[in-house]
Design a protein around this ligand. Structure first.
Ligand SMILES: C[S@@+](CC[C@H](N)C(=O)[O-])C[C@H]1O[C@@H](n2cnc3c(N)ncnc32)[C@H](O)[C@@H]1O
Length: 495
């Protein structure tokens, strides 16, 4: 009997990097919650279901002193990943074709284990083995990342997926399956009056699928298995394997109900002191669809109130740009995504301006503390609350390591070779901070390729003129400095 082809071999998955999985993110959140995880600069990282290593390879490039291991069931993605590793000459990342049902202790122990986009899409025995591997392979201070589809929001996705699957039953061709499934949703939308709640729910999900593209829709919406879980069920599952809930990879946004005192008191009594119970109740309010949960060993003692001692072990960065505020004496701080905050607090203004001048680099805690003290803000109490408020509002970013980013624009700028390799086939690149920068413009993509550290401004312009003879030279010249500044601020240029 012919064996069924792995769908990830027959239709390539647009594998990308995920900032929430970076060991620095995991270490930072672990430190905030009272753990002492392995330093990012010297750790072992495992990614399960790594596809072609699009997440792991940029990490390995940026952290040469750490070791990265990834495996995936599909053959072709691993082949593509190995080719990329070979081209970059990396020796600290190892990919292999393997089934998580068949691996174990021979891989050694890991300080960080990642499984992104796997838990919901595999059958129950595979899901169970996945968490068993975390239990078996995580070091004593290890941190695990698992992303999964959560309930109650996952019910909506199940409903849509079932309608799509019904519409394309009997169709094998991947392209026809996706187009047939999407068409069935468009018809549904057409059949409902504008402004109708049911129509709007489906429209929102259809938009997401159209944005993600047909390959993602094929694998994610039309997959054989789809198993969203309640948060409390996931935590119970992890407990079975000696693990406990640490926190999410990213703090909730400032608008999250978790920060509202009225909501917390309404839920708090019923939830008692149980964080899992409280989070589950909050998920119902959030109509939560997706989680990126961090796990650690069950016996570790956690402290979730973010005392000053935990912050002391971290670095602080801010990419907010300062402009005069609307109120007299106030300063407005804006992030690239459009998030804005205005303050007339001299301590806050001084701190954010100092951090902004350092970006993309971070400041050690001592420097931050000195600034706050100078502004008359004691760290214990007021200072910690203020810092955490700035972290929640995304004005301040916490890190646990010194990222290898440039601290100024040099005469011969060099962009990450891993990002340059990625941009050869993609419309984006992964930065040294493990963020993604969009590169939709062909001139910008070519410009990035030229930044190999051998060209000064003049050589860059000459190369651009040779590559784009039809474009006005002054236009190309005018784009160089802003282009470099953009890459520098994104964390694409190397130290
Ligand atoms: C949805 S993709 C996610 C890929 C990548 N982690 C990401 O988030 O971009 C799921 C991946 O898990 C892999 N996979 C599924 N079952 C597996 C198993 N039993 N062992 C190892 N990998 C598996 C698939 O081949 C596929 O590459």
């Amino acid at each position: 009997m012919p064996t069924k082809q792995n769908p990830y071999d027959s239709v390539a998955y647009p594998s990308i990097s995920h900032s929430g999985t970076h060991p620095d993110r995991l270490a930072t959140m672990a430190i905030l919650n009272g753990l002492s995880p392995a330093p990012v600069e010297r750790c072992r990282v495992l990614e399960i279901g790594c596809n072609e290593g699009a997440n792991l390879i940029p990490m390995a490039y940026a952290i040469p002193g750490s070791e990265f291991v990834g495996f995936d069931l599909a053959h072709l993605p691993i082949e593509r990943g190995l080719e990329r590793i070979h081209e970059l000459g990396l020796h600290n990342v190892h990919l292999f074709e393997g089934n998580l049902l068949g691996v174990g202790g021979e891989l050694g122990q890991f300080d960080y284990i990642i499984a992104h986009g796997l838990y919901a899409w595999v059958p129950e025995p595979v899901r169970d083995r996945l968490l068993a591997l975390y239990g078996q392979l995580l070091t004593v201070n290890g941190v695990g990342f698992v992303s999964y589809n959560a309930l109650p929001g996952g019910h909506l996705r199940t409903m849509i997926r079932e309608m799509m699957l019904y519409a394309v039953e009997g169709i094998d061709d991947p392209e026809e399956r996706v187009s047939g499934g999407l068409e069935s949703l468009r018809l549904l939308i057409e059949a409902r009056p504008e402004g109708d709640a049911y129509r709007m729910l489906i429209e929102e999900q259809l938009k997401k699928m159209e944005k993600a593209g047909p390959h993602v829709t094929f694998h994610d919406e039309l997959a054989e298995a789809y198993h969203p879980v309640h948060f409390f069920e996931f935590v119970e599952h992890a407990r079975k394997h000696g693990l406990q809930y640490l926190c999410e990879a990213v703090l909730p946004p400032a608008t999250d109900p978790a920060y509202r005192q009225d909501i917390r008191s309404a839920l708090g009594e019923a939830a008692g002191n149980d964080i899992v119970n409280l989070e589950q109740r909050l998920d119902y309010l959030r109509a939560r669809m997706y989680r990126e949960t961090l796990l650690c060993r069950g016996e570790r003692v956690l402290r979730r109130d973010f005392p000053a001692d935990h912050l002391r072990r971290l670095r602080f960065a801010s990419q907010a740009t300062a402009t005069p505020g609307e109120e007299r004496g106030a300063t407005a701080f804006t992030l690239s995504g459009g998030i804005k905050m205005e303050s007339n607090h001299p301590g806050v203004i001084g701190l954010l301006e100092t951090l902004g001048a350092q970006w993309p680099n971070a400041l050690m805690f001592d420097e931050v503390e000195r600034r706050l003290m100078n502004a008359g803000i004691p760290l214990d109490g007021e200072g910690v609350t203020l810092l955490m408020r700035l972290v929640v509002s995304k004005m301040i970013e916490l890190r646990s390591w010194e990222a290898p980013v440039a601290d100024a624009l040099s005469a011969f700028p060099k962009a990450s070779a891993s990002a340059r390799r990625e941009a050869l086939t993609r419309m984006f690149a992964t930065t040294l901070l493990h963020g993604r920068i969009a590169l939709e413009d062909r001139v910008v993509r070519s410009f990035l390729q030229l930044l190999d550290g051998t060209r000064d401004r003049r050589a860059l312009l000459d190369a651009l003129k040779a590559e784009f003879p039809d474009m006005p030279a002054d236009e190309l010249a005018a784009g160089i400095e802003p282009g470099l500044e953009n890459f520098f601020r994104a964390g694409l240029l190397e130290a």
